[in-house]
Design a protein around this ligand. Structure first.
Ligand SMILES: Nc1nc2c(ncn2[C@@H]2O[C@H](COP(=O)(O)OP(=O)(O)OP(=O)(O)O)[C@@H](O)[C@H]2O)c(=O)[nH]1
Ligand SMILES: [Zn+2]
Length: 344
């Protein structure tokens, strides 16, 4: 018997639940079937036809709360937060990768090349989801000066909590457990190889995610596993680990960029000219901050680059949306024209 509260259920959701239904949390979605966690344990159910949504936005995603009537999920309860990605293909809609996250662990390693810019990019994605980001720097056992590495990232990450852990020695795991807390749900984002699977296993205290070594030795990708993608941790928290989250395309959200670079946005608001491009304009607060050393020029460059990427992505989505609209309109008129008994 599991208590719904340990799955992240809150009493205020009670009113959202249609009469005669039971609450369940989606732990996995495959080919239209759902693996859900309920007060009685794990179950496989089907989404009702009404939940089939071509765009994929309204259909259940990992982390969603659904209302069950027997073996049928009849409703998706309102989401508190959602991680979406733009699906490239015929449609230009966003697909929900994970829902109802309280925290997003932005994972990077304390080994390897400079990580600031990378962390910034993932932080922007995390902010745009509506969940609170926390930076988790792994492989602390491989780093000689953990304290200064953490301080460097913390200074850059503007008020975001920064934790250092080692999945090998177990150092720092308690602090991550504390972030997760009973009934709180987190997911991990970060580049390949930084130790997300190892962290998931260390937090769960059992092998819930195959690490790279395991995957390479058995020659199968992680997509072939059918394990659930929402894990109950011994500390009471829940961890989402879905392939979709790992493959998250960076950058399709300008608001996320602005939140991650709130310092630059704040400076830009003080520039003399509203359309200041922060290059050679007089009265530029951004240039002044670089001159007096309070703003790292690398940070400005990274911001410019992300803004360009985000704009390009938005334009692409927009162009696709317009093309689709035109195709729909054409099809509509063709249908009218082809009607045998149309009124002339
Ligand atoms: N020394 C040390 N090695 C680690 C730690 N965490 C992970 N590793 C190693 O780093 C490599 C990558 O770890 P994974 O957990 O597979 O990384 P991942 O982020 O899940 O990678 P993807 O699944 O490709 O996204 C493996 O060889 C792990 O053994 C750590 O805390 N310390
Ligand atoms: Zn300026």
């Amino acid at each position: 018997m599991i208590f719904l509260s340990s799955l992240g259920w809150t009493p205020d959701r009670e009113a959202q639940l249609p009469a005669g239904t039971e609450a369940a949390r989606v732990a996995r979605v495959d080919r239209g079937r759902l693996t859900v966690l309920t007060a009685d344990g794990e179950r496989r159910v089907h989404p009702a036809a009404a939940l089939h949504d071509e765009a994929g936005v309204e259909s259940p995603a990992v982390g969603d709360w659904v209302a069950l009537r027997g073996e049928l999920a009849v409703a998706v309860l309102p989401r508190r937060s959602a991680f979406t990605r733009t699906v490239s293909g015929r449609t230009s809609t966003a697909q929900v990768v994970a829902a109802n996250l309280d925290a997003v662990l932005v994972v990077d390693a304390l080994a390897g090349e400079t990580r600031l810019r990378r962390v910034e990019r993932y932080l922007a994605v995390a902010w745009s989801s509506g969940a609170t980001p926390v930076v988790v720097l792994t492989k602390a056992d491989l780093c000689d000066d953990v304290a200064s590495a953490v301080a460097e990232v913390a200074e850059d990450a503007l008020g975001v909590e920064v934790l250092a852990v080692s999945s090998v020695t177990g150092e720092g795991l308690d602090a991550v457990h504390a972030v997760l807390g009973p009934g709180r749900t987190a997911a991990m984002v970060g580049p390949s190889g930084v130790g997300k699977s190892s962290l998931a296993n260390a937090l769960a205290g059992r092998a819930v995610a195959p690490t790279r070594q395991v995957r390479e030795s058995d020659g199968r990708g992680r997509h072939t596993t059918t394990a659930r993608e929402l894990h109950l941790l011994p500390g009471g928290g829940l961890l989402v680990d879905t392939p979709g989250m790992r493959e998250l395309a960076l950058y399709d959200d300008l608001d996320g960029v602005d939140t991650a670079y709130a310092d630059i946005v704040g400076l830009a608001a003080q520039c003399r000219f509203r359309d200041c491009e922060h290059r050679t304009e007089p009265g530029c607060a951004v240039a002044a901050a670089i001159d007096d050393g309070t703003l790292d020029p690398g940070r400005l460059l990274a911001w410019r680059k992300l803004q360009r990427e985000a704009h390009r992505q938005l334009l692409r989505v927009d162009a696709r949306a317009r093309a689709e609209e035109r195709a729909r309109t054409r099809a509509f008129f063709r249908a009218i024209r082809d009607q045998p008994n149309r009124v002339r």
